[in-house]
Design a protein around this ligand. Structure first.
Ligand SMILES: *Cc1c(COP(=O)(O)O)cnc(C)c1O
Length: 190
């Protein structure tokens, strides 16, 4: 996760062999993506997407991990068509803890959201993502990872699981993560 890090730092990671980067703010990412380009680099949006940033997101990113409503999906699909964007990979952010402060689709809304995304021509649903509540003990996060995997197995067999950050990626991998979002453990403290 390259958020808060400069293009120079990302360049070093690139020359060390990394080619997949995550950014949480469209605005902040724009300069970096324009500077570093998109050839040979995969850019993932991992932060909440406001609808007024949807067009920029479509122009800049390969993946959006934070889709959480049919309204946002409609908007992204329409913009992909307008911008001539053939394919935008999508993960649904799921809010399993029911936290008011966090974005994410409620578990109960997943089936209808998945059905809607499957009807989209340009949006390619590739998996589920979770940003669980923070616990000092990574073991406390395990039930959320497990639950996300169960949802994936039930609703989206074979889909990606975007889960695990610097302090809990080991537990996430044990529970089946296919995309860990690691920032601090690679780049150091922000
Ligand atoms: C910053 C961020 C990460 C990475 O966090 P670290 O603790 O630095 O590894 C992962 N996911 C999301 C959504 C983030 O915003």
């Amino acid at each position: 996760m390259s958020k808060t890090h400069s293009p120079e730092v990302i360049r070093k990671a690139l020359s060390a062999g990394a080619s997949v980067f995550g950014e949480n703010k469209v605005q902040e990412a724009e300069g970096k993506i324009v500077e570093l380009g998109r050839d040979g680099i995969e850019w993932h949006l991992i932060g909440h997407l406001q609808s007024n940033k949807a067009r920029k997101a479509v122009q800049l990113f390969d993946y959006v991990h934070t889709l959480d409503s049919i309204e946002l999906a409609e908007r992204l699909e329409r913009i992909c068509i307008e911008e001539g964007r053939e394919e935008l990979k999508i993960l649904i952010q799921v809010d399993l803890a029911g936290e008011d402060t966090k974005s994410g689709a409620a578990e109960s809304n997943l089936p209808s959201l998945i059905e809607y995304l499957r009807s989209c021509e340009r949006l390619k649903l590739t998996g589920l993502m979770i940003l669980p509540p923070f616990f000092d003990d990574p073991e406390a996060t395990r039930p959320y990872f497990k639950r996300l995997r169960e949802n994936r197995d039930e609703l989206l067999s074979g889909g990606e699981l975007s889960m695990g950050m610097s302090h809990d990626f080991e537990v996430a991998i044990e529970e089946g993560s296919t995309i860990v979002r690691v920032g601090t453990a690679i780049f150091g403290q922000r």
